[in-house]
Design a protein around this ligand. Structure first.
Ligand code: C2G
Length: 141
C-alpha cells in the first residue's frame, strides 16, 4: 500500500486545494492530510478566514482523503512520515525546494499549482464585498 502525505491550511477550500488533493491521492492508495492549526498558521504568518475546526472538517469530508491530522509545526513531517510509513510527500510547486530534505525519508513531489485561485484572493473578495454593504452584527442588510 502506497501512502501519500501532504499538508496545508486549506482556508476557504477551493478548486486549487481540491485538485492538489485529488492528484496526491492518485499517486497512491492512502492519502494523509495535515491541516495547519490556527496557532501554527500564526507562526507561518498566515491569515485565515475559517477556524481550524471548520478547515479540518471540510478536508475530512472528502471521500478521497483517508486520514486527517493537525499540523502543529514545521518539524512534525519527519515523525509523521515514520509513524505512517509514508512513501510520498506531495505539495504544490509554490514550495519547490523547501522540502527536499524529506527525500531521505520518502519520495518528494511538487505538483503544479492551479492558476488563478487562492485563499488570499477569496479573502480579499469577501473583505471588499463586506465594505460595500451595511453590516449589523453578522447580518448584511
Ligand atoms: N494549492 C494549489 N493551487 C492553488 C492553491 C493552493 O495547488 N491555487 C496547493 C498548495 O500548493 C498546497 C495546498 O494546495 O500544496 C494547500 O495550500 P495552502 O492551504 O495555501 O497551504 P500552505 O499555507 O501553503 O501550507 O507545511 C506546509 C504548509 O502547511 C503548507
Amino acid at each position: 500500500m502506497i501512502t501519500v502525505v501532504t499538508y496545508g491550511t486549506f482556508d476557504l477550500f477551493h478548486i486549487g486545494h481540491y485538485r492538489l488533493l485529488r492528484r496526491a491521492k492518485s499517486l497512491g492508495d492512502r492519502l494523509i492530510v495535515g491541516v495547519s492549526t490556527d496557532e501554527f498558521n500564526n507562526k507561518k504568518g498566515k491569515e485565515t478566514y475559517q477556524p481550524f475546526e471548520e478547515r479540518f472538517r471540510i478536508v475530512k469530508s472528502l471521500p478521497f482523503v483517508d486520514i486527517v491530522i493537525p499540523e502543529v509545526s514545521w518539524e512534525q513531517k519527519i515523525n509523521d512520515i515514520k509513524e505512517y510509513s509514508v512513501d510520498i510527500f506531495v505539495i504544490g510547486d509554490d514550495w519547490r525546494g523547501k522540502f527536499d530534505y524529506l527525500s531521505i525519508y520518502c519520495k518528494v513531489i511538487y505538483l503544479p499549482r492551479t492558476k488563478g485561485i487562492s485563499s488570499t484572493i477569496l479573502r480579499e473578495k469577501i473583505r471588499n464585498s463586506n465594505k460595500g454593504s451595511n453590516i449589523i452584527g453578522s447580518f448584511c442588510i
